[in-house]
Design a protein around this ligand. Structure first.
Ligand code: HEM
Length: 537
């Protein structure tokens, strides 16, 4: 144990972190990340030579876990990351294998791609690996011990209560009760887009994703993208993201900086934004939710945290904010990527439509989520689209809460862990011929993505909802929403490429629409497709 403490001490050098913060703030990293990083490297080399001496001592931690060349004092591998992080990581996986270690500043980061190994590290050893990094952007966003769900830590009682409440509010039983409300949203989306005109589906999909969340939380919704509620919610989501976006600007050069937001000193601004802008917004929504008829998550949270008392909802805000941020663009973006993929695959759509039409002929309506065994091919296509374009590149980082031994090596406390979603989903053992679009690989998988997410890697369909104790509690809502939208869109429309002014198709694919890496979610660059009403005769 004493050895473990010594080792973990080596890897949490607060002085070094503060040094980086100082340099970043005084030199304006957001304006010229490259130059700043080089400057940091040069000064760091001189000032921190002593740290090299410490590091050269024999260190049993990470024994056998390879590390790429190119680490520099203080900034570690930052300058070796390049502008395309998934590409760099793929190269390093090829050279070093499915698990390697890099240094980000003074932090150690394990990057892991193989699904079975990731399950072993993050699920089987979840007791040690389910914290969030102490520098995680959201954590200082709150005072006291209620960090909400995304940034809370599992040894924290409040976190466990909140997570349970969220799982309860977003579980299959509740969502079945809410199904007609949720289906109406999907119908409205189709009404809006089925014009046959060129359209970028992202914003309308974001709005209905937001509506799913608003309805679940507060029994309220937005009526259009001009609705002040929509504008304000999107303003809050994007402003929040833009705080990590200082990092984004630097991330054009050094993408990994997007997870280093606190080191870059955003926390105070973020907490002011929360107090001044978000609080009144969430206050009024909670009041609305508590006044509404029927159940919603605001009522559940208020009962759990405030014993139903009205007037002060501060301890609910982080969880509410988590839902809004974690649930809106994730689902909207996932559906958008999938529609892009099938827009050039009419034969795939035709097979799905045959399934839906057969159901409609028999029942006079499209299937509900719990009747999904009537559309097995559609479910397989959804899974294949999700596999080929993961919604997040590296999930949400985990952190080691307590040093532990993993496969014969010591993993120190505070080590960050990135699960490489991009590579996990093209693992050739798990997915033979992984680059091929082949929905048939998922045929016969009866269970939901929600239940699959809690299985061993070999029995999971895909890994987009994360790992172990932290697996996404909104996955059932996301899956239900995706189902409702897919089934309604494809029952009424063909999704087709956009056309130019001469009426020629302008097909877009995963190869032509580049991903825009955000702090967590990867959305597509703007593109257009058409939702052309079907002529069923
Ligand atoms: C396709 C849509 C979605 C994807 C791909 C997705 C993905 C993820 C991932 C990768 C994580 C991190 C898991 C880990 O740490 O290993 C996560 C966590 C989380 N997600 Fe989702 N998510 C989606 C939709 C939603 C929705 C609709 C909600 C809520 C309304 C939601 C709420 C959350 C929350 C609260 C967490 C934090 C859980 C924790 O840290 O304990 N997500 N999600």
């Amino acid at each position: 144990m004493s050895q473990q403490l010594t080792v973990s001490g080596l890897y949490s050098n607060k002085f070094v972190e503060r040094f980086i913060a100082l340099i970043s703030n005084t030199t304006g990293l957001s304006h010229d990340g490259s130059a700043t990083a080089v400057g940091v490297a040069a000064i760091a080399t001189a000032l921190f030579a002593w740290q090299r001496i410490r590091s050269s001592r024999e260190n049993p931690a990470f024994n056998g876990i390879p590390t790429p060349k190119g680490a520099r004092p203080i900034i570690g591998h930052v300058l070796s990351l390049g502008s395309n992080l998934p590409k760099t990581f793929r190269k390093w996986h090829k050279e070093l294998g499915p698990v390697f270690r890099i240094k980000l500043g003074s932090k150690d980061v394990i990057v892991i791609s193989n699904p079975a190994l990731t399950h072993d590290l993050l699920s089987t050893n979840g007791k040690y690996t389910s914290d969030r990094p102490d520098s995680f952007a959201l954590q200082d966003f709150n005072r006291g011990n209620n960090h909400g769900v995304v940034a809370g830590n599992p040894n924290d009682k409040v976190y466990n209560t909140l997570r349970k409440t969220v799982l309860n509010a977003l579980g299959p039983k509740r969502l079945k009760e809410e199904s007609s409300v949720l289906c109406n949203e999907a119908d409205e989306f189709v009404d809006l887009v089925s014009t046959g005109e060129n359209i970028d589906p992202l914003e309308p999909l974001m709005r209905i994703s937001l509506n799913f969340i608003l309805l679940t939380l507060f029994s309220t919704r937005t009526t259009s993208i001009d609705d002040p509620l929509y504008k304000q919610a999107i303003h809050i989501i994007t402003t929040f993201m833009s705080f990590t976006g200082i990092v984004n600007a630097a991330a054009a050069v050094i993408p990994i900086l997007r997870v280093l937001s606190p080191i870059l000193g955003n926390d105070k601004k973020m907490s002011d934004f929360f107090t001044n802008t978000c609080k009144s917004f969430y206050d009024s929504l909670v009041e609305k939710g508590l006044d509404a008829d029927g159940d919603n998550m605001a009522k559940l949270l208020n009962d759990e945290l405030n014993q139903g008392k009205r007037g002060n909802y501060d301890n609910m805000f982080h969880t509410i904010h988590d839902m809004l941020v974690a649930g809106t663009d994730t689902t909207g973006v996932t559906i958008t990527w999938a529609f892009l993929q099938i827009s050039t695959k009419p034969e795939v759509q035709k097979k799905i439509q045959e399934e839906i039409d057969a159901f409609v002929d028999k029942h006079g309506r499209v299937p509900y989520f719990w009747e999904r065994d009537s559309v097995p091919y559609m479910i397989a296509v959804q899974r294949e689209c999700f596999r080929l374009r993961p919604t997040t590149e590296f999930g949400v980082p985990h952190a080691v809460g307590e040093a532990f031994e993993w496969r014969g090596t010591l993993i120190p406390k505070d080590t960050m862990i990135f699960s490489n979603m991009m590579d996990a989903h093209v693992d050739p053992e798990k997915y033979p011929n992984p680059e091929k679009f082949d929905p048939d690989r998922f045929l016969g998988l009866e269970d939901t993505m929600f239940s699959s997410a809690n299985r061993k890697a070999e029995n999971r369909d895909q890994f987009n909802f994360g790992w172990g104790r932290r697996v996404c509690p909104g996955s059932h809502l996301a899956e239900t929403q995706m189902f409702n939208v897919w089934v309604r869109v494809l029952s009424r429309c063909n999704i087709m490429p956009a056309v130019d002014k001469n009426g020629n198709d302008v097909p877009e694919t995963l190869d032509t629409v580049s991903p825009k890496s955000g702090p967590t979610v990867v959305s597509p660059s703007p593109f257009k497709i058409r939702f052309v009403p079907r002529n069923k005769n």
